[in-house]
Design a protein around this ligand. Sequence first.
Ligand code: NAD
Ligand code: ZN
Length: 345
Amino acid sequence: MRAFQLVGWRHPPELREVPVPEPGPGQVLVKVAGAGACHSDLHIMEAPGPPPGFTHLPFTLGHENAGWVQRLGPGVTGFAPGDPVIVYGSWGCGVCANCRQGRENYCQNLGGQGPGLGGGHDGGMAEYLLVPAPRYLIPLGTLDPRRAAPLSDAGLTSYHAVKRSLHLLGPGSTAVVIGAGGLGQMTIQILRALSAATTVVAVGTDAGKLETAKRMGADEALLSGDEAIARIKDLTAQQGAQLVLDMVGIDPTLRMAAQVARVLGHLTIVGLGGGALPVDFSSPPHECSVASPYWGTLPELMEVITLAQQEKIRMLVEHFPLERAGEAYQLLHDGKIQGRAVITP
Ligand code: NAD
Ligand code: ZN
């Protein structure tokens, strides 16, 4: 089968011919319908050497996957060939305290953050994906796996980041989302679906994506910069927002996040842009908690799928065949993907 693989650090990925994996005992082979191209893959491709947990090359990219069950390994029950499924991608040990609660994104035996599939394991930018256990497969029901794939990271990561702060988002509250790309657009919709926040503000650098952000539920869509900071201060009677989510994570966005968050608020860093948050006694504001959540939990992915089935969230998807995966990543790099590029092997 064909697979889009990373073969070297700071080396463009290549479409290669590899064997179709055999599902062993307890494993499931999935026929891939869609594999999302996430900005995290660009960070991986641009890394000078292996990030923590990346043990070998080459590996197949793609950690946002959905498809159909192709073949069950010996001993697997509960699924049948042809079932449409989404794949939970943060694969842990399954037996530590965090994994037993579904928090495999924080597996204690993988140093708290496993690279998951499309990193330490072969991902879904291939015709087939080997999944180590059926617990990672969530039935999609009537959802189309070619469109649903990004729910497993852009959807799940955004959901997890919002859910932990819901207690702050009562009526009259404000949430700010910096970066209105794949994750940001999901975050805005999830804020609308889950919270009573009165004002949702999107901050971005691209006029088209800011328009999309408004269509997806943002009350205000602001170009990144000092004027956005002043506007958010005005909107919040100079107090700042209860929740600020930075989906970019570079120096300027982190500085902005600290300026628009409020005392006792939450500043949540989701973007892996490699920036640093300047911290002193009064910035971020007093008792504003800072968190850097990684991906989400298995039960949360079930909740995300429910929201999508209820049509409360939807991803703007552009499809690319496997042979155009490199082009899709280049467009993502250049900021030209309006929502999510999904590779359809
Ligand atoms: P994306 O490229 O689709 O979106 C990023 C958006 O940020 C773009 O729309 C861009 O216009 C905007 N942007 C760039 N500079 C900006 C600035 N100065 N101010 C405001 N907006 C700006 O990327 P994505 O796939 O949505 O991923 C977003 C980030 O989240 C990436 O860094 C990715 O690695 C990270 N990520 C983190 C996790 C996690 O578990 N924490 C999971 C998935 C992705
Ligand atoms: Zn574990």
